[in-house]
Design a protein around this ligand. Structure first.
Ligand SMILES: *[C@@H]1O[C@H](CO)[C@@H](O)[C@H](O)[C@H]1NC(C)=O
Ligand SMILES: *[C@@H]1O[C@H](CO)[C@@H](O)[C@H](O)[C@H]1NC(C)=O
Ligand SMILES: *[C@@H]1O[C@H](CO)[C@@H](O)[C@H](O)[C@H]1NC(C)=O
Length: 403
């Protein structure tokens, strides 16, 4: 029986030893000491201001002191010890000594020490982490317009971040997947250069599209810093011909316009008439085909071929010359539709008025019978009923008109 208990006793002893060792090194023991100063670690961006606070739970009026990473004393109580205007006293009481460091530099990173000159001297350390703020990202790799279907590789670089920044690509508000970020540490400097590449195959819809590179970093507000690059894509014309008027009438002055919709704008236009010559009174004026005086004989299909150096585009338009007396059919149809709609609305309003009028009269009638039988109001109700009947017959008239 005694034999198995020996290892467990040994185990308990070793556990106790470990616990004791842990207790000696842990803050639990220090926190029980009312004279032990307490500090906190801080993170600050380059150029920012950090406040270092040192507290003691109780005071025996001993002096507090802050010293920097090189163990130089910064403040001893409220007395400045180091000539550095970036370092200022924030608060000095018997239980607190706080200082601020302004215009923080990367070299300010490290462990700062707060000491209280009790017997023995007690100290606490605060680690200051300085974030390197990334510069505005730069996009390179796009110089000249690219033909439709071509490939583009954009490179975005950002310098000066610590820890390394994250780069993101967007087209408008849509995030695009770039190649993984490449992180390079800068020699003799704790910061990083980060770059990312984006491969695109451009189409005509990418012409004038804005590609954004944004740098994401804890030292930056959400949205970060960003740069934009506009894409320019070359593509052949997609021709449309639009007429100078919707109602070409014989004898009118008229023109057709050839719209290139290419990048660049077409530089040459060729006008033709399908199955024939251009009419003698039609004059080619670049993108325009002008008719001095329309004639029925001008009817037919007109073709415009536009070239912008990238390629050709062909558009066609069928001209049908109307009689000189023709009226704009579309607008007369519009008038008929508007007239019909107005008539229907008036009819519905009349019906509503009648229904409302009847309801009001009935309501008033019951009110009168209950509260004021045979009162002076009776003539009014009669008038109202007569009015309502008048309105009713009006509605019937309207109905007959509509049928
Ligand atoms: C600290 O100093 C104040 C006034 O200077 C005194 O009233 C107080 O008793 C002192 N406390 C201790 C613990 O010495
Ligand atoms: C980081 O970027 C800076 C500025 O563009 C450049 O001068 C430097 O050579 C780059 N360093 C590395 C390691 O890429
Ligand atoms: C239309 O052209 C024909 C033949 O070219 C000509 O005889 C006629 O007078 C023209 N009509 C008008 C309205 O100009």
């Amino acid at each position: 029986m005694a034999f198995p208990s020996a290892p467990s006793a040994l185990w308990s002893v070793s556990l106790l030893t470990v616990l004791c060792a842990a207790a000696v090194h842990s803050n639990i023991v220090y926190e029980e000491d009312p004279l032990q100063p307490v500090t906190s670690d801080e993170t600050v961006s380059v150029g920012g201001t950090v406040t270092l606070t040192c507290h003691v739970p109780e005071s025996d009026n001993s002096s507090l002191q802050w010293s920097n990473t090189a163990q130089q004393t910064l403040y001893f109580g409220e007395k400045r010890a180091l000539r550095d205007n970036r370092i200022q006293l924030h608060r000095s009481t018997s239980t607190e000594l706080s200082i601020t460091i302004g215009d923080v530099q990367l070299s300010d990173e490290g462990e700062y020490t707060c000491s209280i000159f009790t017997m023995p001297v007690r100290t606490a350390r605060a680690t200051v982490t300085v974030l390197g703020v990334p510069g505005k990202p730069q996009i390179s790799g796009f110089e000249n317009a690219v033909p439709e279907g071509g490939k583009v590789t954009l490179t975005c670089t950002s310098t000066g971040s610590k820890p390394p920044a994250r780069l993101r690509w967007y087209r408008g508000t849509l995030e695009l997947e770039g190649r993984p970020d490449v992180v390079e540490s800068v020699p003799d400097d704790p910061t990083y250069n980060v770059s990312s590449e984006l491969d695109l195959e451009v189409s005509r819809s990418d012409d004038n599209a804005l590609i954004t590179c944004a740098v994401d970093h804890p030292s930056l507000a959400s949205g970060g810093k960003r740069s934009e690059q506009a894409l320019r894509v070359l593509y052949p014309p997609n021709v449309q011909i639009s007429p100078g008027s919707d109602l070409p009438r014989e004898g009118d002055k008229f023109h057709l316009e050839c719209k290139g919709n290419g990048n660049p704008e077409p530089s040459s236009y060729v006008w033709e008439k399908k199955d024939g010559e251009l009419p003698p009174l039609a004059k080619v004026d670049g993108a325009l085909l002008r008719f001095e005086m329309l004639n029925k004989t001008d009817d037919g299909v007109y073709l415009c071929n536009a070239n912008n150096g990238i390629g050709d585009g062909l558009g066609e338009y069928t001209l049908h010359v109307q009689d000189p007396t023709a009226m704009s059919t579309t607008s007369s149809v519009d008038h008929a539709v508007i007239g019909g709609v107005v008539a229907v609305i008036v009819f519905i309003l009349l019906c509503l008025l009648i229904v409302l009028g009847r309801y009001l009269i009935r309501h008033k009638g019951t009110y009168l019978t209950h509260e004021a039988k045979g009162s002076d109001d009776a003539p009014d109700a009669d008038t109202a009923i007569i009015n309502a009947e008048g309105g009713h017959s009006g509605a019937e008239d309207k109905k007959e008109y509509f049928i």
